[in-house]
Design a protein around this ligand. Structure first.
Ligand code: GN1
Ligand code: MG
Length: 337
């Protein structure tokens, strides 16, 4: 399907400069530069099997926020000529269009405490502002997405089906994953205790999912809302710890460059609590350290699982990329535990 036809469905002429944006492992994303600029995205339906749920959650959030927090900047998709948020191409893939917010940038690594603080308070504000929204309007876009027990089970399944070659290549990391199984037990205990409250979470709070003002470096708005759904605060805070604290991003080739910057760690937590301190219970607050360990571990598990499965989930551009990603997560996990 040509972009031109999609744009027509959104009532736009095709006189844009189009470039593919390569960030993200799941969807295909294009920046359209013209008199008005946009971001056009094809949703990956192998991952998001019910795109209408994705759209429904975003719609529910947008409706609530526009009434209760009208000054909060929330990036809703542009409606098509038919009034829908998605346009399906001839192959059955849904496309969405977002306004491009001028003078904003994304970053792939955090340089300063202020960036960490601002981003963390930005993601926290999303959850805080949605407190009070009717939770029955939100549904999981991916079932058991951050359920650590489930992800460990998927890892074990992949392990029993993997080729000998892949298992050998991954031996060291398989071992590391197995060594940290106590985190799965801790996760299960925490969830069954009922101490964590279900809230509307972003669920993909890596540093490049927030727009910063290019000049002031203040957070402007969160993006990539495909996994906006019910979850626990440890998912968002933990994913920030995972992606903010190291001076290098999760794709780094040389793992010796990975480290935990304690000042950044503290800034993330401070930023998150600056918005959420009155919402979180004391018991929830005692899970802060666990959140970073759990989310780093779950990503390591998922990346390794995908490597063992033959790279069927995350987009890759070179062989063993998933193994490199998993290695990096597990190295970071060792430093966080
Ligand atoms: C995926 O494609 P992207 O970058 O938005 C993944 C996240 C992982 C992330 C790892 C739906 O997100 O869970 O944290 O890669 N999203 C999905 O960088 O699986
Ligand atoms: Mg995402």
């Amino acid at each position: 399907m040509q972009l031109k036809n999609i744009l027509q469905e959104f009532g736009l002429e095709a006189d844009f400069k189009t470039e593919q944006i390569s960030a993200g492992y799941i969807n295909q994303t294009y920046k359209l530069t013209g008199e008005r600029s946009y971001v056009l995205q094809r949703l990956n339906t192998n991952v998001f099997r019910q795109p209408e749920i994705v759209a429904g959650n975003i719609r529910a959030a947008a409706n609530y926020l526009s009434v209760h927090h009208p000054d909060y900047i929330f990036l809703s998709p542009v409606k098509s000529r038919d009034g829908t948020e998605m346009v399906y191409d001839s192959d059955g893939f849904p496309w969405r269009l977002f306004p491009y917010i001028a003078n904003t940038i994304t970053i792939n690594k955090v340089e300063t405490e202020a960036e960490a603080f601002n981003a963390a308070s930005g993601f926290a504000r999303l959850t805080k502002n949605l407190e009070g929204a009717d939770s029955s309007l939100f549904h999981p876009t991916i079932n058991r997405f951050h359920d650590l027990g489930w992800r460990y089970q998927q890892f074990e399944e992949a392990l029993s089906n993997a080729s000998l070659e892949r298992k050998n290549e991954a031996a060291e990391y398989i071992d590391t994953c197995q060594r940290h199984i106590y985190l799965v037990d801790r996760y299960r205990a925490l969830i069954t205790s009922g101490d964590l409250k279900l809230r509307i979470m972003h669920n993909d709070t890596k540093i490049n999912n927030i727009l910063f003002d290019a000049t002031t470096r203040k957070d402007v708005c969160v993006i990539d809302l495909d996994t906006l759904m019910p979850g626990y605060f440890i998912y968002d805070l933990g994913d920030m710890i995972r992606t903010f604290v190291s001076p290098v991003d999760e794709e780094v080739k040389d793992a010796s460059e990975i480290s935990v910057r304690r000042n950044i760690y503290d800034a993330v937590v401070r930023g998150y609590l600056s918005e959420m301190k009155d919402q979180l219970t004391e018991k929830e607050k005692s899970a802060v350290e666990f959140s970073g360990q759990m989310m780093t571990y779950i990503m390591g598990l998922r990346m390794l699982t995908d490597f063992l499965n033959g790279d069927i989930y995350y987009q890759t551009t070179y062989p063993k990329q998933n193994l490199v990603r998993a290695r990096n997560q597990l190295r970071l996990l060792d430093m966080l535990s």
